[in-house]
Design a protein around this ligand. Structure first.
Ligand code: GDP
Ligand code: MG
Length: 597
């Protein structure tokens, strides 16, 4: 055990985590030339395309240092706030962390949030100043920033370039010398932390774990404490680029187990694996059941595809336990599903996977957060509102609570004013303002989560000319003055376009929604009035004017084969339209409320 090192790499996005991981694998000879391929750890196509790590993975390396053989377990962490619980569990499986800071960008919001997670878990931090090869690198200044942040000695910061390979040997040396060996013992009952799982359609779910105490053996009866289920360990092994089956994995080490589990949701990240016969009395601390934060309706474009959509969602859920869904129906869209996601990125991923892997064409409605509504009749029992249309009638409503977050933004001093105005517009309340250096400022706000869902990232980027990084964590529910704004097309309410909005902004947003919808809804053979309403009160109105006759003839008159072609085109998702009453609504319109600026 004294020759094992378990570590992770934490960094703000794009600071070079995946590239550095590749260099470490290269340098330790953990990949053959044939296996070489950039960003080895990002295995899903989507991850490679977007350059982000969605799911965390682990990989084992061998390294000989001063005549001794070491096992280095690199546990990769996802790089997006939607997945911060998984990050925290991956970190909990390690004794040390490489903290990568881009020598041109310096410390950013996720550098700090990930660092805090690592410090909470008592990890040894090895600061790495990456990208020193860049002409725009500022190594002295950024080293000072890191020293200020960590309170370390400048000599502890390792200058590196994941691109040229500079500093890789120094990093390996630091991993061995500075990160403590794991502490557990094999003599105690099994206690292993689940930090990830991967769905394999042929073998069932592969569960990744870090053994804290005891050992896990092939053929052992094991128990997952949080779910209370027992399994037979068909295979255990270590993770290289491919799996290496072993007889057992002992305290201190990292590995996988295959038990024939068929559904991802049976394996909960953060759960403890123990021996079924001699269970530990000590589950590992920090387990949480992750809850979805953002909800949206997903509907088939073609109503006939409803059952196919259900099958596809069920299959997706087999390998993504954080996706939840339940059937719902909309007067406008017919039958579909209300889906819960960890965040906006997760929602986009699911939508894309439905299209790519399952060939579905879907309409996604405006995302919303989960509210608690209380009626006067029953003012202590929350009604959970995951869909604006479920809000109880205002006449009987006592109050509504919405989820709040602590939002941390790091930006340049020049943009403090802009960022402040944006956050105040988004109902934020500033709680801290700290100058990290004379140039860089950290701003902390309490803000409603719903405002982040509504077009926050893009605006932040614009007002800061790209010089702002952002991170958040939930801080609980707070009472808010919320009303439901409904949209009527052709005098018919379209339930899928309703949104809960703060009363003070409702008038303004209702007006903007009407304007936006007018832009997005294609002109048809008749005038289409577009109205926003709160209850029975119309707060705004626009009209999409009818097409001139000759144009209509061209589009709608044509022969049947032309129409069929159009339909086929829609099916392929090129033209996602939904007929509601006699109005055709394009997909963008369902998201209009997100893009009002
Ligand atoms: P991650 O988001 O932290 O995983 O970052 P990546 O490893 O995907 O790197 C982001 C970008 O920075 C990619 O285009 C890399 O090629 C580039 N990059 C990473 N490390 C270096 C480096 O040391 N020097 C230079 N010049 N570019 C780097
Ligand atoms: Mg990456």
């Amino acid at each position: 055990m004294k020759n094992i090192r378990n570590f992770c790499i934490i960094a703000h996005i794009d600071h070079g985590k995946s590239t550095l991981a590749d260099r470490l694998l290269d340098f330790t000879g953990s990949v053959t030339d044939r296996e070489k391929q950039d960003q080895l750890l990002d295995s899903m196509d989507l991850e490679r395309e977007r350059g982000i790590t969605i799911k965390s993975h682990a990989i084992q390396m061998n390294y000989t240092y001063e005549g001794e053989d070491y096992i280095l377990n690199l546990i990769d962490t996802p790089g997006h706030v939607d997945f911060s619980y998984e990050v925290s569990r991956s970190i909990a499986a390690c004794e040390g962390a490489l903290l990568i800071v881009d020598a041109a960008q310096s410390i950013q919001a996720q550098t700090i949030s990930n660092l805090y997670l690592a410090l909470e878990n008592d990890l040894e931090i090895i600061p790495v100043l990456n990208k020193v090869d860049l002409p725009s690198a500022n190594p002295e200044e950024v080293t000072d920033d890191i020293v200020d942040l960590l309170g370390c000695d400048p000599s502890e910061v390792i200058p590196a370039s994941a691109k040229t390979g500079l500093g890789i040997e120094a990093i390996l040396k630091a991993i061995i010398e500075r990160i403590p060996a794991p502490k557990g013992t094999i003599d105690e009952p099994l206690q292993a932390l689940i930090f990830d799982s991967v769905y394999n359609p042929f073998r069932g779910v592969e569960t990744y774990f870090r053994v804290i105490n005891g050992s896990i053996k092939k053929g052992q009866n094991i128990k997952f404490i949080a779910t209370g289920k027992n399994y037979f360990a068909d295979e255990v092994g270590t993770l290289r680029l491919t799996q290496f089956p072993r007889k057992e994995i002992n305290a201190g080490d990292v590995g996988y187990v295959i038990t024939g589990i068929k559904e991802a949701k049976e394996v909960k990240v953060g759960d403890t694996i123990t021996d079924a016969k001699v269970p530990t009395t000590n589950p590992i601390a920090g387990f949480e059941d992750v809850k979805p934060m953002v909800f949206a309706g997903i509907y088939p474009v073609d109503t006939e595809d409803y059952e196919d959509l259900r099958t596809s969602m069920e299959k997706l859920q087999l390998n993504d336990a954080s996706l939840v869904f339940s059937p719902e129906s909309s007067a406008a869209l017919g039958f579909g599903f209300r889906c819960g996601f960890l965040g906006m990125l997760h929602m986009e991923i699911i939508q894309e996977r439905l299209e790519r892997e399952f060939n579905m064409t879907v309409i996604t409605t405006v995302p919303n957060v989960s509210y608690n509504a209380f009626t006067r009749k029953d003012p202590d029992v929350p009604i959970i509102v995951n869909n604006p249309t479920d809000l109880p009638d205002p006449s009987g409503l006592d109050r509504v609570e919405e989820p709040y977050i602590k939002a941390t933004i790091i930006t340049k001093a020049d943009f403090v004013g802009n960022v402040m105005s944006l956050c105040i517009e988004k109902r934020g309340i500033i709680t801290h303002q700290t100058y990290l250096t004379t140039e860089r400022v950290e701003l902390v706000f309490d803000m409603p989560l719903a405002e982040i869902v509504f077009d926050f990232y893009d605006r932040l980027k614009t007002v800061s000319k790209g010089y702002a990084s952002f991170d958040y964590s939930p801080i609980g529910m707070r009472v808010s003055k919320l009303v439901r704004v409904d949209i009527l097309l052709n005098a018919q309410p379209v339930d899928a376009l309703s949104a809960l909005i703060h009363a003070d902004n409702a008038q303004h947003i209702g007006k903007k929604m009407c304007e936006k919808l007018k832009e997005l809804i294609p002109r048809q053979q008749f005038d289409i009035p577009i109205q926003a309403a709160i209850g029975a009160k119309i707060i705004s109105r626009e009209t999409t004017k009818a097409l001139r006759k000759d144009v209509t003839a061209k589009c709608y008159g044509g022969d049947i084969s032309r129409k069929r072609k159009l339909l086929e085109k829609q099916k392929k998702g090129k033209k996602r339209m939904r007929q509601v009453g006699n109005v055709e609504i394009p997909q963008e319109a369902f998201m209009a409320v997100l893009k009002l600026n």
